[in-house]
Design a protein around this ligand. Structure first.
Ligand SMILES: Cc1cc2nc3c(=O)[nH]c(=O)nc-3n(C[C@H](O)[C@H](O)[C@H](O)COP(=O)(O)OP(=O)(O)OC[C@H]3O[C@@H](n4cnc5c(N)ncnc54)[C@H](O)[C@@H]3O)c2cc1C
Length: 390
């Protein structure tokens, strides 16, 4: 058994670390200043400039196929990179990416939607959740009715990331209510903002809130169906599947950085004439955090490895998402506690993380949904205890 990184994995990881340290982390004080002033972190042009600088460094389109100018990196490599990005609280991600399901686009759709998204000229959002259908995504009601060569969309989506900035939305709509979404009754549509949907910002605990999207008789040409008629739910699950290992990989990076801050603070902050690190109460918080962080790291890398092996990654990814999201919430909470009152202020990034990581237990499948999947797999005998070693 070999737990080491390959030379290539180490080299890529170290290059990303160098880029993040040199080009992204210097923006952190300004980001905290903006946080205190209740201003957004990075604006679109600042993010783009950083992404173009990263491109010169050789990082562009981590998951994008090489034929589209990307790197097509294996999932383990992507997981390692997302962990590095988690080590800064600047909301940076590499450019050259597009939603994984946009690669199902026809040639014409690729020219109109996929290629400009990869280039960073257009912003997309993916919309399945509705006010009445979140965890129970198959219960969506936003209706698409055929009208000649067009479809007319009516209904509402909610909590859509990038929904307020997006130039177009990938919308999963009900095309055949008789069949139900799971059995071919839902279809994904590529819908330009210019076609008439409107968005409304939703303020949240975190930065850059999501949006509600309202479709009121929005006319969409039949040629804007993404994939096949009736394939919408399957595409939706494919879109969600990607985040099941990138989100917890990011969480590992946040926990690493935050825990190091706690260690440094514990060694330097003195109470009653001694560093707080001399107290067992503090030591145990550090020990528990490191142990959980390490457990999450291997669970998540294993789920990414499962993707690279061409195995069904759903069971492993659900465990990684469940444990990784819980881990980072527990670690950041302890790190805040170790910092005392300072941890609660906006001088430090800890309270920002505290709010940010709460989302990780909710979006792209709540804790409860991950538990449902994991237990169902075992109870129905789809998976054996012990995974690929069983
Ligand atoms: C900031 C943010 C960004 C998001 N981005 C997107 C996006 O880009 N696109 C998109 O389509 N969606 C997005 N979402 C939606 C997100 O995926 C949903 O919020 C999530 O799936 C939960 O759905 P819900 O909010 O309707 O909660 P509900 O489904 O109403 O669940 C409420 C609670 O009940 C629990 N619960 C539900 N059913 C069960 C059950 N059977 N057993 C046990 N417990 C259960 C849930 O786990 C949860 O704790 C985003 C959400 C947020 C907050």
């Amino acid at each position: 058994m070999d737990f080491a990184l390959s030379d290539e994995e180490r080299a890529v990881r170290d290059t990303v670390r160098a880029f993040v340290t040199r080009e992204v982390m210097p923006l952190e004080p300004e980001l905290l200043r903006r946080e205190r002033a209740h201003q957004p972190g990075l604006d679109r042009s600042e993010l783009r400039e950083l992404q173009l600088r990263a491109k010169k460094f050789g990082f562009w389109g981590l998951a994008t196929p090489e034929s589209y100018g990307g790197m097509a990196l294996p999932a383990v490599m992507q997981s390692l990179i997302w962990t590095e990005l988690g080590r800064t609280f600047v909301p940076f991600r590499f450019g050259g990416e597009a939603d994984n399901i946009l690669f199902h686009a026809t040639e014409e759709q690729q020219r109109e939607f996929l290629l400009p998204t990869i280039a960073g000229d257009r912003i997309s959002c993916f919309a399945i959740t509705e006010p009445g259908a979140g965890s129970d995504a198959a219960n969506i009601k936003l209706r698409a009715r055929r009208d000649g060569d067009d479809w007319i969309l009516d209904g509402e989506k909610t909590f859509i990331t990038n929904g307020n900035d997006a130039d177009f939305a990938i919308v999963v709509a009900v095309t055949d209510p008789e069949k139900g979404a799971r059995r071919g009754g839902a279809t994904a549509f590529l819908v330009d903002r210019a076609m008439g949907w409107r968005s409304e910002f939703i303020p949240t605990m975190g930065e850059g809130g999501p949006a509600s999207l309202v479709f009121d008789g929005v006319r969409v040409p039949h040629r804007n169906i993404l994939g096949e008629l009736g394939q919408g739910f399957t595409l939706g699950m494919e879109w969600i599947g990607k985040g099941r290992y990138t989100i917890p990989s990011h969480a590992v990076g946040i926990a690493e950085r935050a825990l190091q801050m706690a260690i440094d603070h514990a060694n330097t902050r003195e109470t009653f004439g001694a560093p707080i690190a001399t107290n067992q109460a503090i030591q145990w918080m550090i020990a528990d955090s490191e142990t959980e962080l390490e457990a999450a790291r291997w669970l998540i890398l294993r789920s990414a490895w499962t993707v690279d092996q061409g195995l069904d990654p759903r069971h492993a990814s659900s465990m990684g998402k469940l444990y990784g999201a819980g881990m980072v919430n527990r670690v950041v909470d302890r790190v805040l506690q170790i910092h005392g009152g300072m941890g609660y202020t906006r001088e430090l990034p800890i309270e920002r993380w505290y709010r940010q990581v709460r989302l990780y237990r909710i979006f792209e499948g709540t804790d409860e949904m991950q538990r449902l999947i994991i237990s169902r797999d075992l109870l129905r005998g789809y998976t054996k205890i012990g995974g690929h070693l069983a």
